[in-house]
Design a protein. Sequence first.
Length: 464
Amino acid sequence: MSFDDLGLSEEVLRAVADAGYTDPTPIQAKAIPHVLMGRDILGCAQTGTGKTASFTLPMIDILAAGRARARMPRTLILEPTRELAAQVAENFDTYGKYNKLSKALIIGGQSMDDQYKLVDRGVDVLIATPGRLIDLFDRGMLLLSDVKILVIDEADRMLDMGFMPDVERIVGLLPKMRQTLFFSATMPPEIRRLADAFLMNPKEITVAPPATPLEKIFQGIVTVTRKERDRGGGYPKFKREALRALLEKEDVRSALIFCNRKRDVDILYRSLRKHGFDAAALHGDMAQSARTETLGKFKAGEIKLVVCSDVAARGIDIIDLSHVFNFDIPTHAEDYIHRIGRTGRAGREGRAFTLTTPEDDKYLHAIERLQGRKIEEFDVGLGKPGRAARTKQDDAKPEKSSSRRKSGKRARDDKQDGKPDDRQDDRRNEQRGKKPGRAGKDEAVVGMGDHVPAFMLRPARAPG
Ligand code: AMP
């Protein structure tokens, strides 16, 4: 199947060719003809599969007919995070370069005035995060009664982040006669229920997640022991030391360094700078302009290391990450897969390292269970005892918080990490650019990330 067979216009095909794409990805091949026919879509696909183009390309052609009216956008795309919204907007610029379309990005952390001015003039495409869109609507700056196409992207993340009530309210404000494209990486019953409520006779499309992306990634752990912790400075001090040793030892071209807590992002970033590393920080409390600037520099290769929280890093689309470091082990095993899946793309070998402590055992075991293989201790050359030695030394006298005393309950529900509701509030705040509340101050942020695109793992096909 080639792009020419999908029914797209000559303008869009030219833009696609300019972007260097030769073949549509499976979700593009399956979705585009149906979107062009006006059908609702229920797409089960994750970031990295090419799903953004699967809805932007046909939307550009549908929008080519007709004109925008003041304050009445013709299409609405809802995204869970600012970064994803900004990436979708970039997609419209790339693929819509031969079409005259107007768009507005309605996200928190940027001047509402500027966004309002654009909407007031009339836009074809409105790309928004739910919170800011509701703010704008409630101030009477926007009418949603002319929306012909609605896209709900990353629905499971919206649910996870506590945005669904906002999304349901927004959908209730739209005309009943519309086309709805609904995408989610997973389809738990709650998402199904929402899909049933939002969609009419949808075409269901499922694209398999990349089969075994992990094989392309070298994985290692570096354990910080209780003995080290008790030397003073606690685990973080020795984790920072181990991370520096890793950064010295490894040939790092570009890396994301994940922390579970926003507060730790700042501490680690400052520490790395102090030790002369070329690092920047990225988290949801930063001003949008600073985030955009950091991302731009990282993408351009001007910054080598970005210390980040999961939410801030969500959807960052950088093909050539050589390394991922988990300064903190993710408390949810799937987040580990998402994080490390950002390296080893485009056929390159990626390297992923995780700093662990004896208290992290349950998380480590959950990750090993999920991926069906062990992660070996990596020698950073600091004379560390290694996992086997550590197990004897450290597990001899388990401490109060040891996982072994607990049942195999999901890490996400573990009270050690704070109440799930607090965390949701924190993530909501991060999304909306607010400071987290006291309760949320130290919360872990549940991970978000994307996977290795399936088409990038397939051998290149000969032309013709
Ligand atoms: P997405 O899943 O939409 O986030 O897309 C992941 C990445 O794949 C982005 O960098 C896109 O530019 C790229 N991409 C999308 N469609 C294609 C295609 N047909 N061929 C090659 N790359 C693509």
